[in-house]
Ligand binder design. Structure first.
Ligand SMILES: C[S@@+](CC[C@H](N)C(=O)[O-])C[C@H]1O[C@@H](n2cnc3c(N)ncnc32)[C@H](O)[C@@H]1O
Ligand SMILES: [Zn+2]
Length: 275
């Protein structure tokens, strides 16, 4: 399926062996682990944009333990229910991180007899390398959500889990009637963690549900308590949240002092259809 585009000139990329090439001769090779680097140097704002090594490994270790599996299961269920035929849909997960949701989605749809073509993109080379090393049935590429190297109107489903959203790009790459599914943290997400580490915890804001060119279909709420039995899991969870970036020494010390924690998972999976 030729949906990948050259990040330099925008023309279609065609695969020959381990190389992808556009008609103008720009060429991109699969890395040793099996991903494509489709983020030109002049569009990188830093040497290693996106999540760093520590965040990627915290997310990998935490998600592998299944704490967020209810979110992944709901995502898979919502998408399978929306695909009306089993003929090779193209699904794109943008800001896919180290590929936990992407690979489970591919696996779940394949097991149900869909023949999905699944592609995960993230601006973090470290995250994509980790994904490509572990999951071989998905196409992986380093790319930005704000300039997707993907053909117009090519995707049946676009997924964005807790990642930056660019509605113009999502609209451009989706087919008419295609599905946009994105997960956001809801008001009480990780409330008990926040109570334990902040003097004045605040609730997350509610998302605006209207986007031009899309019709809002449904909000699938996922709410469940998770029990974290050890300090390592609590630290990993904290490291994969946005709170980690701006944490003070006092906050980090409070996180390090927590031996176990029961906290709420409160996630909205929002479903839109492209008009
Ligand atoms: C909170 S993480 C979520 C990762 C994954 N979706 C998950 O839920 O496990 C946000 C991800 O967005 C990526 N990211 C940040 N800016 C991006 C951009 N402009 N384009 C693509 N990915 C981006 C980060 O590298 C990171 O992997
Ligand atoms: Zn080109």
């Amino acid at each position: 399926m030729n949906y990948l585009c050259c990040p330099v000139c925008g023309q279609t990329l065609t695969q020959k062996d381990r190389s992808y090439r556009c008609p103008k001769g720009h060429s991109f090779d699969l890395s040793a682990s099996g991903y494509l680097h489709l983020l030109p140097a002049n569009k990188m704002h830093s040497k290693l944009p996106g999540d760093n090594k520590q965040m990627v490994s915290a997310r990998r270790n935490f998600l592998q333990k299944g704490y967020y599996q209810p979110v992944s299961d709901k995502l898979n269920e919502v998408i399978a229910a929306s695909l009306d035929s089993k003929k090779a849909p193209l699904l794109l997960d943008v800001g896919c991180g180290e590929g936990y949701y992407t690979s489970r989605l591919e696996n779940s749809l394949s097991n149900q007899g869909f023949e999905p073509c699944v592609c995960g993109m993230d601006i973090s080379k470290l995250a994509i390398n980790a994904a490509a090393k572990s999951y071989k049935s998905v196409m992986w590429a380093v790319a930005s959500s704000f300039d997707l190297p993907v053909a117009d109107a090519s995707c049946d489903v676009l997924v964005s889990m807790f990642a930056p959203i660019c509605m113009e790009e999502f609209h451009r790459v989706l087919k008419k009637g295609g599905l946009l599914v994105f997960a956001v943290t809801s008001t009480k997400h990780l409330w008990e963690l926040k109570e334990a580490i902040y003097d004045e915890p605040y609730e997350n804001k509610k998302e605006d549900h209207q986007y031009e060119g899309f019709v809002f279909e449904q909000n699938h709420k996922v709410q469940s308590m998770i029990h974290l039995p050890c300090q390592e899991d609590i630290s990993n969870l904290f490291t994969m949240t946005p709170y980690y970036y701006k944490s003070s020494v006092q906050t980090s010390q409070r996180v390090a002092a927590l031996e176990q924690l029961d906290t709420l998972l409160d996630v909205d999976i929002l479903v839109y259809r492209k008009l």
